[in-house]
Ligand binder design. Sequence first.
Ligand code: FAD
Length: 476
Amino acid sequence: MSKTPYRPQGGRHHVVIIGAGFGGLFAAKKFKDSDVSVTIVDRTNHHLFQPLLYQVATGILSEGEIAPSIRQILADQDNVRVVKGEVRDVNLEGQTVTADLGGKDEVLEYDSLIVAAGASQSYFGNEHFAEFAPGMKSIDDALEIRARVTGAFERAEITDDPEERKRLLTFVVVGAGPTGVELAGQLAEMAHRTLRDEFREINTKNTRILLVDGGPHVLMPFGKRLGRKAARILEKLNVDVIPNSLVTNVTKEGVTLKDMKTSEESFVPAYCKIWSAGVAASPLGKHVADQAGVEVDRAGRVSVNDDLTVGEHRNVFMIGDMINLNRLPGVAQVAMQGGQYAARTIIDQVENRTSPSSRPPFDYFDKGSMAIVSRFNAVVKMNKAEVSGFLGWLMWLVLHLLYMVGFRNRAVAAFSWGLNSVSRRRWQLTATRQQLHARNALRKLREMEDNEGIRSIEVRDNLRFGEGRDTRAVSD
Ligand SMILES: Cc1cc2nc3c(=O)[nH]c(=O)nc-3n(C[C@H](O)[C@H](O)[C@H](O)COP(=O)(O)OP(=O)(O)OC[C@H]3O[C@@H](n4cnc5c(N)ncnc54)[C@H](O)[C@@H]3O)c2cc1C
């Protein structure tokens, strides 16, 4: 551990930002040309546009197009230092943050802190499901899902056993929120459109895609009407929408579903299972909340003040997926607007325009929600207005191009979507053994760490703060 905590030279107000996702990055950008020094710490080297992960998983976009380098994005902001490291400790009393930079700790001293560490997948206490049903929260996850999806078709092509072929061509998506709906729609398009002439022994049109949810209809936050519309589009694509059903077990062989109305259980043999059913805030939230004496909810989200600060610590802001305030949803806009608000508040204070007692509260402006269901078909909810079909798809297109970071990424994505509209093909279907097996290999390395007492930077890099062991392993 460094003896003296890091502070940038020049004596300016030092802001530490944890996380360069939507919240952290928008906060950092807001500090451009202001009289503060900023250190932004992220455990990855990229800013991830999570809403498009499903397009990486299904071969439409490549990972670089949705995950530009944080350093590159902030290169022209002289007052920002980017640190790649995993934050393991926040000390509110001492005003320090400790980050593990791959085996070496760095302690950063802050005047103001913005915690924007986001959320991870939640299996509602059934973390062992993750072994066979990966979630979709990172580039690694999306590439692993792509490898599993393409692998299922490859295996189906070479098996002689009709039952096994059926299992291989059955995909189960758990959770019918926007991610589950988008993923199920794209899997269906892959099976019925993209791959239909590419195999000789199987008919990919026989693929079965199940979209399972505990709620009464898909896209619950969008309301009944748009939910029904989305379900109808999915059914036309041959997706089996299964509402009111809980997943009670996930094994290598398949999933067990429980009908919530009759309590009957049934087993669905399926090779490829994908989890998009729940999220839990970063454990950094509870770590900070415990020190500040404030509550966290069941999903680990922290009760923050109306200026997004934590308890009595009016220089510690928490934003995005980590907060529990006025039932705000876990969406990108909440994080982006929260990041901009926190940065503006800090700048105003540094420039003596406001004090903590005279701050205006965070006022979220709801710009609506949208989900793409299939090609040329999206549902959009903006306050009371509901739009669906082609117009919805156009709105989705414009908004996503607007918020993607970097001109090249926008141009490449627009080109890929254009091409995808007129052609059946997809150009990002490369899958490697590493993508499929990396988690398993890392788990084994960790076991070696435990059994033989070795320390490996690669393994330590992959551990998540406070989550202990990642129990997931690739099954094949
Ligand atoms: C598959 C998927 C689809 C989605 N689709 C939509 C959508 O269509 N529309 C929408 O509005 N929202 C969508 N969301 C939600 C949206 O992406 C999140 O609400 C948003 O990313 C939250 O921003 P954030 O800054 O709070 O967290 P994130 O964007 O998750 O950023 C957190 C950052 O913190 C870093 N980090 C975490 N822990 C540490 C640590 N200990 N040390 C250092 N760094 C750390 C992470 O690497 C990450 O870069 C989707 C989410 C997912 C997963």
